[in-house]
Structure formats: structure tokens, C-alpha cells
Design a protein around this ligand. Sequence first.
Ligand SMILES: *Cc1c(COP(=O)(O)O)cnc(C)c1O
Length: 382
Amino acid sequence: MTASLNRIRAFLADREPPTPCLVVDTDLVAERAAAVSAAFPDAVIRYAVKANPVPEVLDAVLSAGAGFDVASTGEIALCLSRGAKAAELAYGNTIKKPADIAFASARGVREFTTDSAGDLANIAEYAPGSLVSVRLLPDGPDSVTPFGHKFGCEPPVAADLLRQAADSGLRPGIAFHVGSQQPDPAAWEIGIATAAKVAADAGVALARLNIGGGFATEHREPVPSLTGYAAVIHAALDRNWPGPRPELLLEPGRVIVGDAGLIRTEVVLVTTRAAADERRWVYLDVGRYNGMAECENEAVAYRLEPVGVKGPEGPVVLAGPTCDGDDVLYQRTPCALPVSLKAGDLLDIPGTGAYTASYSSIAFNGIEPLRTYCVGRFADAG
Ligand SMILES: *Cc1c(COP(=O)(O)O)cnc(C)c1O
């Protein structure tokens, strides 16, 4: 991590790119992808492309022997263009058109996730013989960014879909995703136990157990290590599948790329807004529409590191640069910055490699999407 931050800071010092920008260390991406494989040696690893789809990140993931969890025809085309093989792609989005399935199938993709009879019938028709995992509705603790009820089906429905999959000549599996930035490994224990029960109820042999992504990265609070998650997950697998077990698949996004990125931003304005509120309002040139989307509901509390500004600190409210009233990053989450902080000063926001650039709008208020620069071994491959 330190070596990685040093590479990023050296790049920023040397190049002084315009702010705001994200700098990603591709060496750390490759290292983290390899660490996931090492923690789960029997599992197939499919990096969730939506976390950060820049080509250099995909190259680093591929070099570590992992493939990709894709959610659209665009992501399929992108991964294939970087040299991924179709067999290394899993189409994990349960919401797709028949044409999307046909596109994937024509390019050789043979693994899908589903959670409805309609989508399952489309997969049987347009990608016959494929492996299809039925996504369960998780029943565990909420993550920091929970998925609510948008995806997944309850156990009896899942058992029906598994039988339908087998009857239509598909290879059935089970998938679940515990929500992103999930600090509680018990969420996987519940998912694994439910999956074992659903498979037994359905009376089908599973070709796949897809335990999703969701592994958390550290910001202000400590989170479990990859080996910590793995110990809980392997114990749950041993308990629930004492006999032969379906091949495991993981779809990590954040834990592979989150720590590898750092956003540099410039202070646009420092002011006060109410005589009764001692907090200064600090406006940055990065906000919720150009990189800080996960500040919605203040879900992720990033660390803030002033660049070269020291001295006593005082409380602040942090906001983005646009004309939107929701473009406030933190007003409940305590934030402190030096009292000497002024317009033109720079701040670094580490741990921002995931779900930042990929969430940027293209021109809200004429502000361009967050620009990404890469450093490390894969940086010049783009
Ligand atoms: C977004 C997503 C992932 C990746 O989640 P992370 O928290 O980034 O690991 C994995 N699986 C599915 C189905 C997803 O939607």
C-alpha cells in the first residue's frame, strides 16, 4: 500500500495533472486480484467491471489470472477487446434483453445469472446449454450500499427456477450478492446455508455456487481482511457441503481496485453559511456527479488528506462544485480540516479506485467526467 501511494504521489508531483483526477496504481490492482485468488484457491474469480472499467485496470486483472463479471454488451465488448476469452466472462446482470443474451452467446459467453422465469426462458432460447445461476434474495445484514429488493428471489421460487433450468437443458447454479462494502462475514454464512437448502429442496446438482462480491475496503473504520472473510466462508462451505461441492465463483470489484486509487481535488471556496454554525463550508472541484457518487446518504466516509496544509483543524461541511442542492458530500459525518485551508489548496482522497470514475456524469453543469490516470506496470498499455 505504501509503495503504491508513493507511486501515485510521485506521478502527481511530477505531472501536476489538472484537478479533479483519479490516479490508479495498476500494480496494486494486479496484487489484489492475486490476493483474492490466494485467499480462495479453489474459486473462479470474476472481477466486477462496473467498479472501475478503465482498460489498464482490466489488463492488470487479466494478468493475475482472473476473468470478468460483466453486466452489459458494452462490458462484454470491452473485456474481449482487452484479450479476455469468452470463457472468462460471466454475465452477472439478471436484467437483460433477449438481444443482450444473443450478443453474449454469439461471442461465446456461457455463464449467466438469472432471477426470473422470463429471463431464464430467454437464456434457454438464446444461449442453450449454458451455466445459469439463480440469484437468491439475501436475508442477511445490510451492507453499506444495500441492494434492497431489486434482485433475487425467495427460496421456493429459486428452487422452481433451478428445476426449470435443469429441465430446459441448462446447467443450474446458485448466486447471491451480499451488497457492496459488506463488513459482516456472517452475510455469506447466511447466503451459503440458504443456497445449500435451496439446492437440496430443488433436488438438482449444482454446477456453480456464486457468492458474489461485497468485500469491504478500509476508510475510517477497520474492515475484515480477505483471509478473515475467507476463513468464515470456507467454514460455512464445510458445514453446509460436507460432500462434493459446486465450483465456487467470486465477483469482487471494490476489494480489487478500491485501495489502488486516489482522487486529487482542489478547494474552490471556503466560507460560512450561518452565524449559529461554527462549521465552515468547504467546496471542492469534485462532487457527487464527478466521482463521489458513494457519498449519497453519506454511505462511504472517505478519508481527507490536505496536501501540504498543516496546523490546527476545525469542523467542516464538505460539498461539491455543481448547482445541485444534493451535491453535498458530508454534513452529518464529522469532517475536520485545517483552519488555514483556503481556495486553491489541494486535498487527496485515498481509497477511491472503485465506484468513482465509473459513476461520473458526462456533462452535468458542463463539468467533465472524472479523468483517470494510471501508474504501475500496466499504465502504458491503454
Ligand atoms: C456490483 C456487484 C458486484 C461487485 O461488488 P463489490 O462490492 O464491488 O465487490 C458483484 N456482484 C454483483 C451481482 C454486483 O452487482
